[in-house]
Ligand binder design. Sequence first.
Ligand SMILES: [Zn+2]
Length: 358
Amino acid sequence: MQQGDPLYRYHRQTLLAGFGAEGQERLGAGHAVVVGVGALGCPAADLLVRAGVGRVTLIDRDVVEMTNLQRQTLFDEADARAGRAKAEAARRRLEAVNSQARVEGVVGDCCARTAESMMLDGPLGRADVIVDGTDNFETRFLLNDVSVKHALPYVYGGAVGTRAVCATFRPPQTACLRCLFETPAPGSTETCDSVGVLAPVATMVGAREALEAMKILTGRADLASRSLLSFDPWLGERRGLDLGGAKRAGCECCGRREFGFLAGDRGGRTTAMCGRGAVQVSPESAGGDVDLGAVLARLSIHGAFALEEGVVRGEFAGELGDAGGPVRLTVFGDGRAIVHGTTEPSRARVVYAKYVGG
Ligand SMILES: [Zn+2]
C-alpha cells in the first residue's frame, strides 16, 4: 500500500495482524448507526469515521449546550453559542475528519414510531450495528427490541458519575439487554444531569463501543466481548459478568419475542394537557413509590425546587420553555410528572429523562 492509494490513510491499522486490507475493505462497506451523539456517541462516532467505516448515521434530538463541551468531543463553543443540533454539528465535524466516509445526521427522536425505520431504512440503508450513545433506559429497551427483532448487533454502553458499563449483544447468539435488566423504577436512575459524569470515563466507554463495533463490521464478531463489564476507573474497581449463561428462555424480548417497547405499549407515555401549556409524562413503571427526597436533591442543583405535601415542584434556572419563560416541573410520588412551559411531548420526555431519570 502506497501514498495515493485511498486506503493509505489507514496504513497503521492495516498493519495489524489479522486485519489487513481485507478488514479495511469490510469496514468501508459497513454501516454503523450511533444513537445519541453525546459523551459516548461523540468519541464512538469519531473513532469509527477515522477508522474508515464507510457509512455512519448519527441520530440525536438535542442541541449543543455549553455544559456539553466538558465531554462531548465533537463540539466547540461556536456550536453551543449557535445552539446547533448535535447530529448536524457532529456530521459537519466528521465530514471534515474523513471525506471518504458517508455521514448522515438525523435530527430527531428515536422512539417507538421511528426506531425501526431509522435502523433499517435510513438514507444510508440498513444498519450493520447499533451503537448506544443514549442516556436513558427507555430508549435502550427500544433499541434492544429492534436488535432482537431484526438480529442486529447492539453495542450497549453507559457512563454516569465515575462508573461505566458496557456489553455487546448479538441476538440470537447471545443474551439481550432485557435478559439482564428489569425496567428501572422512575426516579431511581441517576443521570449525568443529576450526579455528573467524568469525561475520560465516558470517552473510555465510547472508545470501547467503537472497538466492539469494529470487530462486528470486520467480520470478527467471534472476538466480541462476552461479558457485561462494569468498572469505575476513578476508584479502580472492575467487575465482569459472563453473558454466556445470562440468556433467559422466558425473556419477554428474546425468549417470547414480545417487542412491547417497539409496539409503543411499553415505555413512558406523554399526554399534552390542553390549554395549560404543559405535558404529563407517565413513565413505564408508574405506580411504584418514588424517593421524592432523592428527586428533590437532584433537581435542586438545577433550580428552585421544594417538596411539599408529597409533591416536588419548582422551576429550572437554565431550561427555557416554548414561549421563552422558565420550564417548571411537578413530580408525583408515583413517578408521574408534569412539565410546564412546553406543549411538545418530545421536549417533555427529554426534560424528564434528564432530570428525573428512568
Ligand atoms: Zn433477552
